[in-house]
Design a protein around this ligand. Sequence first.
Ligand code: TRP
Length: 333
Amino acid sequence: MEENKKRVLSMLQPTGTFTLGNYFGAIKNFVALQDEYECVYAMADLHAITVRQEPAKLRENVLKSYALTLACGIDLNKSILFLQSQVPEHSQLAWILNCYTQFGELSRMTQFKDKSAKHADNVNAGLFTYPCLMAADILLYQADYVPVGEDQKQHLELTRNIAERFNGLYSPTFTVPEALIPKYGARIRSLQDPTSKMSKSDPNVNSFVSLLDDPDTVIRKFKRAVTDSEAVVRYAEGKDGINNLMGIYSCATGKTMEEIEKEFEGKGYGDFKLAVGEAVADTLKPIQAEYNKIITDKAYLEKCFAENAMKAEKIARKTVSKVMRKVGYIQMK
Ligand code: TRP
């Protein structure tokens, strides 16, 4: 890796599969950033246990998510892709940062409020302090940029505050990271309720497309997508369903909204939905082929885990040593 490149860091929740929204909104952008930046990516498996997980299922989901991220085009000759739980510095720095973060700040996090309402029977301390772990994830690597979606902006802002606070109390220790807003990468919405985000946890499976859905399933889900009664393929306010489908088609084909409007002039929604479904199925085909190769090769995956955890730890270790020295801990000889 070249020294003069700025560093990007981001992590994904290892849910086992990703949606088309995760792909067009985040992962495709991660892939695109690899040439311009030194990229460090990881599966946020420490975060995963803020909600109860079945051990075998967690293991499987982490494996699948990692393999799928590779299949989407993360190149291990250019970037690091590791498992958060395999680099103990994340937990170490998270504890320290806990002590530089106020109860009041964490109480204001909207994701905590949402998640604690959703999992009212398990509002654990980890759920509350998880933004400190996320701050550790970022600050350990002295990241310049963090590609984040809308829902993580508040956490990044908190990370910046923690970094500035620590730097101010001691001396410059952490790079203060900035959000990296993707150049493209639409916010993909639910196919059944285009006013809400496409989400894998939606009980209606027709509302989202998984990257591992087979072509028939993909085409069927688009066929059933909610539209409107105008029957004109046109990007306009109030046409949430069509706008969403046009956004997806644009991401899948690289066509602009005007080009799409032209292409479907005089045609009905049926033709359009079929075209979107086919374009998405075509996008997913090479990803799935690559995924099927990787997921069956456990030895390869294990080698990737080990090599990448080592590369990540080398960077993370430096930061933790520096932090411990500044805080006043006695270094082990
Ligand atoms: N919190 C992020 C999410 O819910 C995942 C994440 C964990 C992350 N650590 C991170 C994202 C560090 C960016 C940087 O999607």
